[in-house]
Ligand binder design. Structure first.
Ligand code: MG
Length: 446
């Protein structure tokens, strides 16, 4: 398909990315090997789980348990695949094919691969869990250069339960990539791997560029880039930055990141200031407020455990993904936990006026410190270079006004000084907990 007709068929969302990408790379330009994992990256979920669901509850539970054992590092990929496909013995190939055809794909998979392919990248789909015939068919559907999957034994159009082939062997993926590199006169440095689970750690270790898509924890820790928004076209942005050869492209990338960072910071702080409702509601519904806060805490922790393992909790997972900072993507984001815990403990243990003061301080003073510090902060605090004197002054001023609402002038001055000092310390997300507790304890003693 020509570039012109491609642009005509894609959504405006991806249009800008293509325009940018097209302007900086010629079809004869940089050539890299792009290795794309199928299960969990191109496919939403895993082929074996989709097929197991089709075959009934008992097979589905058995397969899900085996996948869980693999994810917990209790069994190898070979053992997982052998045992799962042994359970598929007798399944008609046409049924497996129908399941494969109905698996939803990640957004913009075809458009992204087509663009990469058209710009001289060699794109291969590789899977240790999906049958070779389906991976090859998928490669054709998505305009990839080639596809490699698992060899499956069949007899009279039914699966025999046997599995074989290079990708079934330990180091199979690494060996296959090495063959492709030799054939295309490329090196591991020219390799981009787009993966989600620990079955790809050996190729990630050697590749020049690593991208985790809905990545599990171990991949999340090692990948240079992460895609958590379920949109494959993010790969184009990443390749644009990685392969940028003009200052214009680099600038465009930086500008995009800057804009994103501010939107993200505003979303984040909007959620942060919602904690200010706690003192307003707890005065009327004390127990209900605490119950809601505890419930939110538990739901958030479940959502975060899922996120760092490549899964998304409905709604909350999306809100978190849109609000966390870049460096928080790889680990559990503790900010909301300490924020809610600080509000719960303050409500439980401090007199109402002190609890209200410290919760409002953590809601508004911290927000003021971030906003002023990020936009005007030029003078670093000597004991914490990540924070600025301007940000701390803003925190002090806002904390003082919060204090004046509930306290006499002198305690309000104390509250502002103590809280802005604690806020300025290098405590990372613990400040959400230590600002209200530290300030509250000292105010209670006074
Ligand atoms: Mg995978």
């Amino acid at each position: 398909m020509s570039k012109l007709s491609l642009k005509d068929t894609i959504t405006p969302h991806i249009h800008g990315k293509i325009a940018n990408f097209t302007s900086t790379h010629s079809p004869d330009g940089i050539k890299k090997l792009i290795v794309v994992d199928v299960d969990g990256v191109l496919f939403k979920g895993q082929f074996i789980l989709h097929l197991a669901r089709f075959l009934g509850t008992a097979v589905c539970i058995r397969t899900a348990l085996l996948c869980l054992l693999f994810n917990m590092n209790k069994i190898s990929i070979q053992e997982l695949i052998t045992r799962v496909y042994a359970g598929f013995r007798g399944v008609m190939l046409s049924h497996a094919h129908m399941v494969y055809k109905n698996i939803p794909l990640i957004k913009h998979a075809r458009e992204t691969i087509e663009i990469l392919h058209n710009h001289g990248y060699f794109v291969v789909l590789i899977s240790s869990g999906v049958p070779d015939i389906f991976v090859k068919d998928l490669a054709v559907r998505l305009s990839a250069n080639d596809g490699y999957g698992l060899g499956l034994g069949t007899h009279s159009e039914r699966l025999t339960g046997d599995v074989f082939g290079q990708l079934f062997r330990p180091d199979g993926k690494k060996g296959l990539v090495e063959e492709l590199l030799t054939k295309n006169n490329l090196t591991w440095q020219d390799t981009v791997v787009i993966v989600d689970d620990r079955n790809n750690l050996d190729i990630m270790h050697k590749a020049g560029i690593t991208i985790g898509v809905n990545a599990h924890y171990t991949v999340r820790q090692r990948a240079r880039h992460l895609i958590d928004n379920g949109d494959m076209s993010e790969v184009l942005d990443i390749m644009d930055i990685e392969d940028a050869d003009t200052s214009k492209t680099l600038f465009a990338g930086m500008r995009r990141q800057f804009t994103h960072s501010w939107y993200q910071e505003i979303r984040r702080k909007f959620l942060h200031v919602l904690i200010a409702f706690v003192p307003l509601i707890s005065g009327y519904f004390f127990h209900t407020t605490l119950l809601i806060l505890f419930s939110l805490l538990i739901i958030y922790m479940i959502s975060e455990c899922m996120r760092v393992n490549g899964y998304s909790f409905p709604l909350l997972g999306r809100i978190t993904r849109l609000s966390i900072r870049k460096f928080e993507e790889r680990d559990f984001a503790f900010g909301p936990v300490t924020l809610v815990l600080g509000a719960i403990l303050s409500t439980l243990f401090f007199p109402a006026v002190i609890a209200s003061t410290v919760i409002w301080i953590v809601a508004f003073a911290d927000t003021a410190a971030t906003m002023v510090g990020r936009s005007l902060g030029n003078h670093r605090i000597p004991y914490n270079i990540k924070k600025s004197i301007e940000g701390s002054l803003a925190a002090w001023t806002v904390a003082f006004f919060c204090g004046c609402i509930y306290l006499p002038l002198l305690p309000a001055l104390f509250a502002a000084s103590i809280s802005s000092f604690i806020e300025s310390l290098p405590l990372r997300s613990l400040d959400n907990l230590l600002v209200p507790l530290g300030t509250g304890i000292i105010l209670t003693c006074l």
